[in-house]
Design a protein around this ligand. Structure first.
Ligand code: PEP
Ligand code: MG
Length: 574
């Protein structure tokens, strides 16, 4: 019987497909009953897989670069310890024999059992170690299945499959860039969590915060996902299917029509040029940047190069990735943000599990503490600046000391390249992200010392309103048009104007066409967003007359009643 679930629509579009439930491990495992005479062979196969993974990890352990952070060996040691624990390396063999099942099935059963035990632990840090168990199990499963990567393997066409998960990490999502599902739905998550941002970058409809989709939906059930309305219909009847097929078709037509705007100049009706740049996570995203007609990359989230791997990318690997993007953009600006890990983007042993990770050692704080890691990245970035218009963007600045230390690190990287006779753009621009209220309030001081500013509204809203951006429990309070947020954006824009330094918005607000007019009215002239949103925003720019909006924008800026904001916005957008 058909039923409907309501959540937060985080990536628009309508998908109709077959549900694929993600287990704790995202690797699909089949169940076989084996005959008695095959059990020895199966346990030997399991032992071989454990030995292979052990070898892999031990080799990795010996190859850790000298400049790697101190936590990395500890992280690998922990994974080796988990692998060698009899709960993982012995108990599955008992299951193979007692249940006469295949090794993959036995291992997954044991993993679920261990995860359930971890989930009962009160200590947050220890509880989170279940992730390490899952990661180790996935490594073994990959060997057992002979898979080169850790994504669900399936004989069916993934384009028809809708992934239903309790939760997906940004690292999972980045993996999905290589295997496209029709849609994603999850029980938890907020609309500006990095997982949601990545769903938008994949241009795949997605609904989050459904609370119990993972328990209510069964594998292989037909489901409809409406990523605009945040609705999921399970086991739809014929009338619902027909209605949504029609809506899907209309959505595709609208989308197609927008493509006509790809090459048109983004200017308002009163002739003001608006720069529309794109956000990317991996070099391969440049393709969609080109298709969107973006005139530059306003945010390359470099941290995704560091995910889904046990080691850190070398200077050479990073250089290649940055150079590839810089060269592909053919002289258009490419703004690369230095490593921004922590909070909802943990990175192996590098980030710490503290009580408030969003307020902890993340982004530039972590880079300044891990000077070798930062030096490697800065050298790679500077080297790439020789091959295109690379700009360096520093995340999470909160005071001028951090800025001074960052400049000193950049100078050291430049000096070392000069000593090695390696070319780089000596005039490479350095910008800072304004994502902490303190930074917005002193945007003038930052603007004087930097070449440009970029407002990270995702974090700025999170820190201004004290709302965890990834927590759906408080998602109703996450309000981009809260008067305090608009004030901080306005202060930053005015500071940039006064200092004669460009300011962009690269948070998700920039990609919301409902906010385009308001942001332009506040003085924003440079937007950076997921490529999939760019043409809708351009359409809005083309319909905007700045002069006609001055009064309403001022009214909005002076408003202190968040509840009236929606009405004001509707009027502004008419
Ligand atoms: C932001 O905070 O708005 C931003 C662009 O950075 P991220 O979403 O990666 O934290
Ligand atoms: Mg941010």
């Amino acid at each position: 019987m058909s039923f409907t679930l309501h959540g937060i629509g985080v990536s628009p579009g309508i998908a109709i497909g077959v549900a694929r439930l993600a287990s704790h491990s995202r690797i699909e495992v089949a169940h076989y009953v084996l005959s008695q005479q095959h059990l020895d062979k199966e346990t030997a196969r399991f032992d071989d897989a454990i030995a292979t993974v052990r070898n892999e990890m031990e080799t990795l352990r010996t190859q850790i670069p000298l400049n790697a952070p101190a936590e990395l060996p500890a992280f690998l040691d922990m994974h080796l310890m988990i692998l060698n624990d009899s709960m993982l390396s012995e108990v599955p063999k008992q299951l193979i024999r007692s249940q006469q099942c295949n090794a993959e099935w036995a291992l997954t059963q044991q993993m679920e059992h261990l995860v359930a035990q971890f989930e009962e632990i009160e200590d947050v840090y220890l509880r989170e170690r279940k992730t390490d168990v899952v990661q180790v199990v996935e490594r073994v499963l990959k060997v057992l299945l002979g898979h080169p990567d850790n994504l669900p393997s399936t004989e069916s066409n993934l384009a028809d499959c809708i992934l239903v998960a309790h939760d997906l990490s940004p690292a999972d999502m980045i993996g999905f860039k290589r295997q496209q599902f029709a849609a994603f739905v999850t029980d938890v998550g907020g609309s500006t969590s990095h997982t949601a941002i990545l769903a938008r970058s994949l241009n795949i409809s997605s609904v989050m915060a459904l609370h119990n989709a993972h328990t209510l939906i069964r594998d292989n059930e037909i489901i409809i996902v409406d990523g605009e309305q945040g609705v999921v219909i399970v086991d739809p009847d014929d009338a619902e299917l027909e209605e949504y097929q029609l809506r899907q078709h209309q959505w595709q037509i609208e989308h197609q029509k927008l493509k006509r705007l790809t090459t048109s100049r983004a200017a308002t009706l009163d002739g003001v040029e608006i720069e529309l740049h794109a956000n990317i996570e991996l070099p391969q995203d440049v393709l969609s940047v080109k298709e969107s007609g973006a005139t530059g990359i306003g945010l390359f989230r470099s941290e995704f190069l560091f995910m889904n791997r046990a080691d850190l990318p070398t200077e050479e690997e990073q250089f290649e990735a940055y150079r590839e993007v810089a060269a592909a953009m053919q002289g258009m600006p490419v703004t690369i943000r230095t490593l921004d890990v922590g909070a909802d983007k943990p990175l192996g042993g590098l980030t710490q599990h503290t009580l408030n990770p969003a307020l902890g050692r993340r982004a530039i704080r972590l880079c300044l503490a891990e000077s070798a890691l930062f030096h490697t990245q800065l050298r790679a970035l500077l080297r790439a600046s020789h091959y295109g218009k690379v700009k360096i963007l520093i995340p999470m600045l909160s005071n001028l000391v951090e800025l001074r230390l960052t400049y000193a690190a950049i100078e050291r990287a430049k000096a070392s390249l000069t000593a090695d006779s390696i070319p780089f753009d000596s005039g490479v621009e350095v910008g800072g992200m304004i994502e902490i209220p303190a930074a917005a309030l002193m945007a003038g001081a930052f603007a004087e010392r930097l070449d440009f500013l970029s407002i990270g509204t995702n974090d700025l809203i999170q820190y201004t309103l004290a709302i965890d951006r990834a927590d759906d429990g408080v998602a109703y309070l996450y309000d981009p048009t809260h008067p305090a947020v608009l004030q901080l954006i306005s202060i930053t824009l005015r500071a940039g104007e006064k200092a004669g330094k460009p300011v962009s918005v690269c948070g998700e607000m920039a990609g919301d066409p409902k906010l385009t007019r308001l942001l332009i009215g506040l003085g924003l002239r440079r937007f950076s967003m997921q490529p999939a949103s760019l043409l809708s925003v351009k359409q809005q720019v083309l319909k905007t007359h700045i002069g006609n909006n001055v009064n309403m924008t001022q009214k909005i800026l002076k408003a202190s009643d968040a509840e009236k904001m929606e009405g004001f916005l509707i009027r502004l957008n008419q």
